[in-house]
Design a binder for this molecule. Sequence first.
Ligand SMILES: Cc1cc2nc3c(=O)[nH]c(=O)nc-3n(C[C@H](O)[C@H](O)[C@H](O)COP(=O)(O)O)c2cc1C
Length: 176
Amino acid sequence: MNESCLDTVKSRCSIRKFGNTDISEENVNAILEVGFSAPSAGNRQPWRVVVVRNKNTKSALAEAALNQKFLAQAPVVLVVCAVPEESAQRYGERGKTLYVLQDTAALTQNLLLAAHMKGYGACWIGAFDESLAAKAIDVPEGMRPVVIIPIGFIDGPVPERRHRRPLTEVVVSERF
Ligand SMILES: Cc1cc2nc3c(=O)[nH]c(=O)nc-3n(C[C@H](O)[C@H](O)[C@H](O)COP(=O)(O)O)c2cc1C
């Protein structure tokens, strides 16, 4: 295992200020390919990603996201959608309420890391009104927007790495 790769993963942080230089379709696709290499329960891949470049759609998404206006500044905004029924077909209730969210979370983290490794900034946005976001991107029935990810060139200094709780606080030894 390559230690510098581990350091790169650790150096990812949320970026909320973007320059307006565009991202090529080739680079967006490269990020998506890494995203979709994420694991999913039973390899169902119960997900879709909507790629948004349209200014009005980005503004509508920013409004849906409780006015987090910075997201509309990014040249590309990805909307990660869950398709709960595709997981429910095999796993029933557990698929619909748990696996599909774990699957889309894994996809999201892969997308964030891919963007970071390509030299872009990105942010996981989970605070949004789901029905407004669905309306903004006109998602078909059965697709649930779960995460919004603005991606762009970083404008200004990279923020300090945010504090992480020490291992002693969050790792629990087995008790038997
Ligand atoms: C489920 C989830 C929801 C989040 N929602 C938002 C959000 O709506 N807006 C935002 O600016 N950041 C959001 N974040 C980013 C977190 O604030 C951020 O990851 C955390 O503070 C750690 O900082 P770092 O990503 O720079 O390490 C969210 C992160 C997660 C995992």
